[in-house]
Ligand binder design. Structure first.
Ligand SMILES: [Mn+2]
Length: 613
């Protein structure tokens, strides 16, 4: 016997009616509806294998989000399920919505002092989701020593280079730096070259400044180690054609060389091995405006460190591969395939560096996660839902879900509202919602069940509503009046907006269609705009390339509906309900539920239409 939740591998056929995928009804057993979240091994492993390119790794939130064109239940169940997560100690969940509010939702939130959940227009993975913000970088004024240090310390292969204004200039890589430092016996002069300033050189060798002239001026200088006889030292300079005032002399405690170098007027003398220049020699250096520095390292090491003082600005590779933060990963992936770039830069409109990423980041990106509430069909979900990880579904509609790669927590119960499911979670887990959250859940139940009148209503909905009423200290009847009087959609919205307000897209066989619903107190407002609504319905159908579009106008008072349909003549003709106004307005007495009454009816029409084709 399985107690608690059943993990459903979502590869099943879509069904027509809500079904129970969670066996939480065994008396005496508290259902295990919130297992400890398992770490996703794939993404965890990936993150640890990723080179550490910035101080701050990016993290992705999990959005608890209702369907497009949200209704009260979609908004209230997102808010209350997030509260349930919080109350049961599960962190990192953010209530969200992917559509606009309406008068009813506003009235409900206002009544309980709640705010709208965060708007998430889409969850399409973009560059900004994978980039490393605040990346390790160097400035054009930094030395190669600094760049090499960063490359080594953080195990990366390239670093972005920024100018003084923060704009991206290019990048330096282990390959370009390696090329610069690898000995080239046939081009000895280039091996001596260092484009830098006296200050940067002293920084790079970790030395002590003794006398420095024009310390900030960047020059093309040449390093020479004076390890030869005095006579040879003087000659070699002439042979290589290096001007004396561009020479950096690295030398030990050789006073004769010190004196000769001063006489020649070299740029700087670096005395190595912890040795010091004699006081009287130092005086001469001052007189001749020759800079002097001391290094504790030996001559060979010092000479290398001097070369590493070359400023990054001189070695920048300008062919930086750049992206905008809003670029879709699917597009970026195609651009990257053929490009050998070691590092990808993300820049804003002005070219300021925002972040970096590598190919590894884009192959297996950390994805935003979604908990779908009050829907499970991707056609109704936030844009991009198919490209991210859906970790949970909490719903009370027919199954029309896409297959998933991993087992997920899937809760589908044929109750009157998603808020009922969440309220039942609170109660069975012995957690008491706040009066605010209890009030919001009441509104989800009242709104979705038309105050327990809809055929979707179960005894549990009624029971939960009573329980919530006590917790929230709110009167059910008063709330219902507020909810159903909060703005007639037909009198407050344009026909175009009215058909979009609570509109759901469906696919049955080859047919795509939409079913909208508005709830009114009486049909008076409807008979003022029926032609405009039919026109708006047709326009919506054309714009979305649908086979047909329909609108259920429900009168909450009499618990009956009018049904408007445009499109597919075969379907329209197959409708067996009486025509209220031919050819496209029908009378549906006793029909108030889109999901439990209308959808099964339409599905049967479509089923026979498909068979006859
Ligand atoms: Mn609902």
């Amino acid at each position: 016997m399985t107690i608690g939740f059943t993990k459903v591998q979502l590869g099943s056929l879509p069904n027509r009616y809500p079904l129970t995928a969670i066996t939480s009804v065994i008396p005496g057993f508290a259902p295990l509806i919130f297992p400890p979240p398992c770490p996703a091994p794939k993404s965890a492993g990936h993150l640890s294998a990723r080179p550490n390119m910035s101080a701050q790794p990016s993290t992705q939130p999990t959005y608890i989000i209702g369907h497009k064109n949200p209704d009260a239940d979609a908004i209230c169940s997102a808010l209350s399920y997030a509260a349930f997560k919080e109350a049961s100690g599960q962190k990192g969940f953010i209530p969200a919505r992917c559509g606009n509010s309406n008068a009813r939702i506003d009235a409900i939130l206002n009544r309980f002092g709640a705010s709208l959940p965060q708007f998430v227009g889409d969850v399409i993975p973009r560059i900004e989701d994978i980039m490393h913000r605040d990346p390790y970088k160097v400035s054009v004024d930094d030395t190669c020593a600094r760049a090499l240090e960063l490359l080594d310390l953080h195990d990366v292969r390239a670093l972005p280079v920024v100018g003084h204004d923060g704009r991206l200039e290019g990048y330096v890589s282990i390959f370009s730096l390696g090329d610069y430092f690898i000995p080239k016996p046939k081009r000895a002069t280039s091996m001596r070259k260092v484009t830098s300033s006296i200050n940067a050189i002293i920084r790079s060798i970790g030395g002590t400044e003794v006398i420095a002239y024009d310390a900030e001026t960047v020059d093309e200088l040449y390093v020479r180690v004076a390890a030869m006889e005095l006579e040879s030292f003087g000659k070699s300079a002439t042979v290589e054609g290096i001007p004396n005032n561009k020479s950096v002399i690295v030398v030990g405690d050789r006073t004769d060389v010190h004196l000769r170098a001063i006489e020649m007027g070299v740029r700087i003398i670096i005395v190595t091995g912890g040795h010091r220049m004699k006081a009287e020699v130092l005086e001469r250096a001052k007189a001749a405006k020759v800079s002097v520095a001391y290094a504790d390292t030996d001559s060979a090491t010092t000479a290398w460190a001097v070369r590493a003082a070359t400023l990054v600005g001189g070695l920048v590779q300008r062919d930086a591969f750049t992206f905008k933060p809003q670029e879709k990963l699917s597009v970026a992936r195609r651009r990257i395939v053929q490009n050998p770039a070691l590092i990808c830069h993300v820049v804003d409109e002005d070219g300021h560096l925002l972040g970096v990423f590598t190919k590894t980041d884009i192959i297996n990106p950390p994805r935003a996660k979604l908990v779908l509430v009050d829907h499970n069909e991707l056609s109704q979900a936030v844009d991009g839902a198919a490209e991210v990880e859906i970790t949970e579904v909490v719903d009370h509609h027919r199954l029309g879900n896409a297959p998933t790669h991993q087992p997920i927590l899937f809760i589908n119960r044929p109750l009157g509202s998603t808020c009922s499911i969440v309220a039942d979670m609170f109660r069975t887990a012995d957690l008491k919602p706040t009066p605010q959250i209890a009030g919001l859940m009441m509104c989800g139940i009242i709104s979705d069940t038309l105050l327990l009148q809809s055929p979707t209503t179960t005894p549990l909905d009624a029971d939960l509503l009573q329980w919530l009423s006590r917790v929230a200290d709110a009167d059910v009847r008063a709330l219902a009046d507020m909810i159903f009087n909060a703005g007639s959609v037909l009198s407050s919205l344009s026909p175009a907006a009215a058909v979009r307000a609570d509109c759901k897209l469906y696919k049955e066989g080859d047919r795509r269609f939409s079913v909208s619903q508005v709830e009114e107190l009486g049909f008076t407002n409807f008979w003022k705009c029926e032609d405009a609504l039919l026109e708006a319905l047709e326009k919506y159908r054309m714009e979305n390339g649908l086979n047909f579009s329909c609108l259920l106008v429900t009168d909450i008072d009499t618990q009956s509906s009018l049904f408007l349909i445009r499109g597919d003549a075969e379907i329209v003709q197959a409708i067996t309900y009486p025509q209220k106004r031919p050819p496209d307005i029908f009378d549906l007495p006793g029909i108030v539920s889109r999901k439990k009454q209308l959808m099964p009816y339409l599905a049967s029409l479509l089923g026979s239409a498909n068979e006859s084709e």
